[in-house]
Write a protein that binds this ligand. Structure first.
Ligand SMILES: Nc1ncnc2c1ncn2[C@@H]1O[C@H](COP(=O)(O)OP(=O)(O)OP(=O)(O)O)[C@@H](O)[C@H]1O
Length: 365
């Protein structure tokens, strides 16, 4: 492992912003820090960069303690959300900047710097822009230049803080693919911060989900998507439907729900909560079923519906519209559950984002 973070803690006044972060990042890995606003992602990145220091814990790179080293000594490349390019410098000069300010003994000669910048301009596919000023570039082009500037010093670790946050959706998607390609060819160790799940999942080798200054889960994107480890991760990743169930011999049971597709879980008998994505619920018309469709709405491709039981259980499901025949208001339905995550304990938390009183938007009769 090249970067090792152990028991890292940081408070600002009375607020504990990082509470015992443990994380190891391997050489050439691309890791995403994903979490809601205020979860401590930027604080962690700033500590790795040498722009802030922890109150406790360790940070080392290749066995060398980094807490005793300055930002410059760590040789970190940093890209922020707001492209902090120098407005009075051309693209070429912006990219060269980090090399030109190195101490004389380490600074490459002028010809060497020019060759490095030329190489980066080609590598980053911005060689046609070298003589422009930042004001003459699009947002996406500016971020490419910012990345070029960060990479020019051949950083040991590249840190990106919401690098595409200010750009529109299509440009973000293009830049994501481009960044993954750049990362793979350059072999840099990269950590990037995002609160956009899709971005984290598409780009990263591993995703670190943070909440309230702790790491909730670390894993491969598919692992986290399919097996969220905590109720927080489940909700954060869209398992917004929470249903009380009873565990018996490792199987979950609830009236009106067909849970046969769920694998057996090593949980004690008793109350538990099943977390679901609305798309993991298949309503099946069944005159004998205890649920009834009470609301429907369409988004074009999908039919969203609410099914309610007489016992007061309210579940939102999402069905591809072409599979939604017969699912109109008043129809009794059984609910087949194709995937979900079960956590011990009964009452769904008050933090559950599903608000039973919230009507579906665009409801149609
Ligand atoms: N210098 C500071 N002084 C006091 N509080 C701070 C300071 N820097 C950050 N905080 C607080 O620490 C908490 C975590 O902030 P941080 O920026 O690390 O979160 P984040 O997960 O990156 O959030 P976002 O996605 O909004 O950038 C926040 O509550 C923030 O207000």
């Amino acid at each position: 492992m090249s970067l090792v973070i152990s028991h890292l803690a940081r408070r600002f006044g009375a607020t504990a912003v990082l509470r015992g972060i443990q994380l190891e990042v391997g050489k050439g890995e691309l890791v995403a820090l994903l979490g809601p606003s205020g979860s401590g992602k930027t604080t962690l990145l700033r500590i790795i960069a040498g722009l802030d220091w922890p109150d406790a814990g360790g940070l080392s790179f290749d066995g060398t303690d980094w807490l005793g080293k300055s930002a410059a000594e760590r040789r970190i490349g940093f890209v922020f959300q707001h492209y902090a390019l120098f407005p009075h410098m051309t693209v070429r000069d912006n990219i060269a900047f980090g090399l030109t300010v190195l101490p004389r003994a380490q600074r490459p000669g002028k010809a060497q710097i020019a060759a490095t910048v030329d190489g980066l301009l080609r590598f980053l596919q911005i060689d046609g822009l070298s003589d422009r000023y930042p004001a003459e570039l699009s947002g996406g082009q500016r971020q490419r230049v910012a990345l070029g500037r960060a990479m020019a010093i051949e950083p040991r670790v590249l840190l990106l803080d919401e690098p595409f946050g200010a750009l529109d959706a299509q440009v973000r998607r293009d830049l994501r693919r481009w960044l993954r390609g750049v990362h793979d060819s350059a072999g840099t160790t990269t950590i990037f911060v995002t609160h956009d799940q899709e971005e984290a999942f598409e780009l990263a080798d591993r995703v670190v989900v943070m909440n309230g200054g702790v790491v909730e889960q670390i894993g491969h994107p598919d692992e986290i998507y399919d097996h969220p480890a905590t109720p927080f991760v489940a909700r954060f990743l869209g398992l917004t439907v929470e249903v009380p169930v009873a565990m018996r011999a490792g199987r979950a049971q609830a009236a009106g729900l067909d849970l046969a597709a769920l694998p057996r879980r090593a949980l004690p008998d008793g109350p538990a909560t099943l977390f679901l994505r609305p798309a993991d619920i298949q309503p099946v018309p069944d005159p004998a079923a205890p649920f009834r469709v009470t609301e429907t709405a369409t988004t074009g491709a999908l039919l969203r519906l609410v099914a309610e039981s007489e016992a007061g259980c309210r579940i939102e499901a999402e069905v591809p519209r072409r599979e939604a025949r017969g699912l109109s208001v008043g129809q009794p339905v059984g609910l087949r559950i194709v995937a979900g995550q079960i956590f011990p304990g009964g009452a769904p938390s008050a933090a559950a984002p599903t608000d039973a009183s919230r009507p579906l938007k665009e409801a149609r009769p």
